[in-house]
Design a binder for this molecule. Structure first.
Ligand code: PLP
Length: 298
């Protein structure tokens, strides 16, 4: 079950479209070139989680790509239309399920070649079961070379590092590579040996030092995507007395940490069980505390 709402002139609340039939021009540069930006947010209990942060990041991604974007009000109106239609369809299909999780995907492309306008839509569909399983069971991870050094973002802005563009074929290929080797996920490492991010997640690690709990993530200057889950978790952890840190991190820091997680908006928080086949230290108490922070995210 998927609900699609296009943002179009003349439709202030968005235009609901039939998701079961084709809706996109074959000339759309989002499809032909991966030229566009997107966001994936979690929808649960009538609320799109961290919507402000997702809209703000999409605006930055679009600016990085010099891509015109519909106004924020238009996105909010289309999202409201889409989740209302989704809720109605869900109630008909499976009754009331307060804990049901859905993905709200926001997409904006450069539009059909020569059209002079972009294409933008909101799609709401059930969240994949995999994310929930990974939260509970954790993930086995491979370290993979990203092929860029950690200073490339500044040196080569045309690579659009740190923007959430539609060009995710490389990220998906990395995940397929890991799965062929029997792993679940990937942590990219720069060619100069810095820990970066997962193909669809941010890396977090925790270090206990007596009573002090320190939460650390790779620094953004390495060209990674600023994670909205990481941002919200850091704010909650700081309020609860944790110390925060921003790497430069190397793989050895992951091996020596008390716990490592992959975090993202739909999967939320997945403990990393092993790295390149080596068991990592896990800390169920810290996982429970961070999970309570994630669950409280507005
Ligand atoms: N890094 C990359 C490359 C991603 O694609 C994602 C999300 O899909 C993240 C990090 C995590 O971002 P967020 O927590 O905002 O979902």
């Amino acid at each position: 079950m998927t609900v699609v709402v296009f943002l179009e002139p003349g439709f202030p609340a968005g235009r609901v479209a039939d998701a079961s039939v084709p809706q996109l021009s074959v000339l759309d540069q989002g499809a032909t070139r991966g030229d566009g930006v997107f966001e994936s947010a979690l929808y649960v209990r009538g609320r799109v989680r961290k919507l402000d942060a997702h809209l703000a990041r999409m605006a930055v991604s679009a600016a990085t790509c010099e891509l015109p974007l519909p106004a924020e009000d238009a996105w909010r109106a289309a999202i409201a239309t889409a989740v209302a239609a989704y809720d109605a369809a869900l109630a008909t299909e499976s009754g009331d399920d307060a804990g049901h999780e859905a993905v709200v995907k926001l997409v904006a492309t450069r539009g059909p070649e020569g059209a002079g306008h972009g294409t933008a839509w909101v799609a709401v569909s059930p969240a994949p079961e995999l994310g929930r399983r990974q939260r509970a069971e954790g993930v086995d991870v491979l370290l993979l070379d990203r092929g860029y050094d950690s200073t490339v973002a500044e040196r080569a802005p045309w690579l659009l590092m740190g923007a959430k563009t539609l060009s995710y074929a490389v990220n998906m290929a990395a995940l397929r590579h890991a799965r062929k080797q029997g792993a679940d996920d990937v942590i990219f490492v720069s060619s100069d040996g810095r820990v970066l991010e997962g193909p669809t997640s941010t890396v977090l690690l925790a270090v206990r030092d007596g009573d002090v709990k320190r939460l650390i993530t790779p620094m953004l200057e390495t060209g990674i995507l600023p994670g909205t889950t990481q941002g919200a978790l850091f704010a909650a952890a700081e309020a609860a007395g944790w110390e925060l840190g921003y790497g430069p991190l190397e793989p050895q820091h992951l091996v020596e940490a008390d716990a490592v997680w992959l975090v993202s908006s739909v999967r939320l928080l997945a403990p990393v069980n092993s790295l390149d086949g080596v068991e990592l230290s896990r800390d169920p108490e810290l996982t429970a505390e961070l999970t309570s922070f994630v669950d409280a995210i507005g």
